[in-house]
Design a protein around this ligand. Structure first.
Ligand SMILES: NC(=O)c1ccc[n+]([C@@H]2O[C@H](COP(=O)([O-])OP(=O)(O)OC[C@H]3O[C@@H](n4cnc5c(N)ncnc54)[C@H](OP(=O)(O)O)[C@@H]3O)[C@@H](O)[C@H]2O)c1
Length: 247
């Protein structure tokens, strides 16, 4: 089940963390994977690893804050990776601050990377999906986009924006057999959460119904499902992957 043989996926933010796990899992299911982010070296190393394990992958240096360069970057893709069937808008940044101290630059950077970048990339890649009458667009939002969070007005606005964007596209492109969904993770174990003092980690886990942080694979698995043929009747959905942090 959930095999992706013959499909090509592009994952943004594939150089580390959740995006890297998503790329690995998609490749394991048989998809050819385009690994996109700014850090070309990290992407090359991951592509090499995936190929070493028998998968298909290629690296694509792409800066989401430079929409004017995207078309040219995509045109550089090798021919056998050029037709993207599955787009995973995963890359994202934070620049947290209380509203009174939240500078316009931090507002703009977060909106540019987390919302305008996905808009620009999706707009370019959906053309091919329309032509082929098959497509999967999955965006990684956050439960913060559903709940809000102190000190994250910019991030929450961008992540909530991604949900409205996706629901609109789901309606706009359903007749072309393109599904558009969102995954909204809660707290995921990363270098950042590992570095928190023990007391802070405990208070974090106490707020989660399943009493543990999520793993990157907890997020990658539902993305694989939403990318699959089997999820063909699911669109416009927001899948909350937060261990019950948000119910
Ligand atoms: N970790 C969590 O607890 C959590 C919870 C909820 C939602 N999320 C969301 O999940 C996604 C992945 O999170 P993560 O924890 O894996 O983050 P991460 O480890 O910080 O990785 C972020 C990824 O985005 C890429 N990126 C950043 N700016 C970019 C740009 N301008 N253009 C292209 N790529 C860019 C980075 O690569 P380069 O630096 O190489 O460009 C990196 O691969 C994000 O959207 C995040 O908001 C995370």
């Amino acid at each position: 089940m959930f095999r992706l043989d013959g499909k090509t996926a592009l994952v943004t933010g594939a150089s580390q963390g959740i995006g890297e796990a998503i790329a690995r899992r998609l490749a394991e299911q048989g998809a050819a994977v385009v690994l996109a982010a700014r850090s070309a070296d990290k992407l090359e190393a991951l592509a090499e690893e995936i190929r070493g394990a028998g998968g298909r992958a290629t690296a694509l240096a792409l800066d989401l804050t430079r929409p004017d360069e995207m078309e040219a970057r995509l045109a550089e893709l090798p021919e056998d990776f050029a037709e993207i069937d599955i787009l995973v808008n995963n890359a994202g940044i934070t620049a947290d601050n209380l509203l009174a101290r939240l500078k316009m630059d931090d507002w703009q950077r977060v909106l540019d990377t987390n919302l305008t970048g996905p808009y620009a990339l999706t707009r370019l890649l959906i053309r091919g999906m329309m032509r082929r009458r098959w497509g999967r667009i999955i965006s990684v939002s956050s439960v913060v986009g559903l709940m809000g969070n102190v000190g994250q007005a910019n991030y929450a606005a961008a992540k909530a924006g991604l949900i409205g964007f996706s629901k609109s596209l789901a309606r706009e492109f359903g007749s072309r057999n393109i599904t558009v969904n969102v995954v909204a993770p809660g707290y995921i174990e990363t270098a950042m959460t590992d570095a928190l003092p023990e007391a802070a980690q405990k208070s974090l886990t106490d707020s989660i119904v399943l009493r543990r942080l999520g793993t990157v694979d907890d997020v990658a698995a539902p993305v694989v499902f939403l990318a699959s043929e089997e999820a063909g009747y699911v669109t416009g959905h927001v899948l909350n992957v937060s261990g019950g942090l948000y119910i």
